[in-house]
Design a protein around this ligand. Structure first.
Ligand SMILES: Cc1cc2nc3c(=O)[nH]c(=O)nc-3n(C[C@H](O)[C@H](O)[C@H](O)COP(=O)(O)OP(=O)(O)OC[C@H]3O[C@@H](n4cnc5c(N)ncnc54)[C@H](O)[C@@H]3O)c2cc1C
Length: 240
């Protein structure tokens, strides 16, 4: 966008979107992007650009499980999980690692270059229906809730294997004052108009003329980049 005048129209009153810091009684927690994985090269580039490199810190949080008696169990590292499971669970885990991670087909992490029907068109629930309750309760369910916010029947095998590889092969970093600091720092260098929801992209023929805001104001422009849900560009393309 070098050389162009850019205005960011943001519906809410703050930068960050789904990434946010929730503060209460002086304590804060992060929601929606607690972790930057070490292979997120574009995002790490932005961290550098925003002068926040020194604020990166490795995250080594642990997962706490409640066992069937309600007692807290904290496994030590990825392998420590085997101490929580019964023999069937360990066997299922070994089979999963051998079949889907060691012997699996190779594909890039961030680009879907071709269809992989055996992975794309099947849910985790269907693909791993052979797994017993320990493997499901200690590994599959928590992982799918944490990585995709959903359940086994609504996640496909491709996405699940991608998440597993990401978790096993990368380090995770946070920012000392929360990842939303990155959005705040970038937004401070840009022209952002908050509380300015866009209602419609205006066009004549195949050419964009501008946008209509919820307030009724019209802003003229040559290009629109929609960085939110697809509803608006979709509406634009359907009309044209
Ligand atoms: C609980 C949770 C945990 C997560 N954990 C991680 C993690 O650890 N690591 C990670 O990398 N990712 C994580 N994510 C995913 C990450 O938060 C999102 O992928 C990312 O924030 C999406 O950014 P975005 O800019 O595409 O969209 P959004 O963050 O959704 O931003 C869209 C923006 O558009 C604005 N907007 C919408 N409609 C309009 C309109 N009509 N006019 C003007 N503005 C509008 C919205 O207000 C919003 O600010 C997590 C997500 C959640 C929910």
């Amino acid at each position: 966008m070098r050389g162009q005048k850019v205005t960011i129209l943001e519906a809410s009153d703050r930068p960050g979107g789904r990434i946010q810091r929730l503060t209460r009684h002086g304590d804060s927690v992060e929601a929606g992007a607690q972790g930057i994985h070490s292979n997120y090269t574009e995002m790490l580039g932005l961290v550098e650009h925003a002068g926040l490199r020194g604020d990166l810190m490795p995250l080594d949080g642990k997962v706490s499980y409640l066992d069937r008696n309600g007692a807290s169990r904290i496994p030590n590292g990825n392998l420590g999980i085997t101490s929580l499971m019964n023999g069937r669970g360990v066997r299922d885990l070994s089979w999963f690692v051998a079949r889907y991670l060691a012997l699996a087909r190779r594909y890039p992490q961030f680009e879907i270059v071709r269809d992989l029907p055996a992975y794309d068109n099947i849910s985790v629930e269907e693909a791993l229906n052979w797994a017993g309750s320990d493997f499901r309760d200690y590994i599959l369910h928590p992982m799918m809730h944490a990585m995709t916010n959903t359940a086994l029947e609504f996640t496909n095998l491709y996405h699940m294997l991608n998440s597993t590889k990401l978790e096993l092969t990368t380090k995770v970093f946070g920012l000392r004052t929360g990842i939303v600091t990155l959005a705040e720092r970038l937004a401070s260098k840009l022209e952002v108009r908050y509380e300015s929801p866009v209602l419609k992209i205006l066009s004549s023929g195949r050419k964009v003329d501008g946008v209509l805001l919820d307030s009724g104001e019209t802003i003229k422009c040559d290009h629109v980049i929609a960085a939110c849900l697809l509803m608006f560009p979709l509406e634009f393309y359907l009309q044209n």
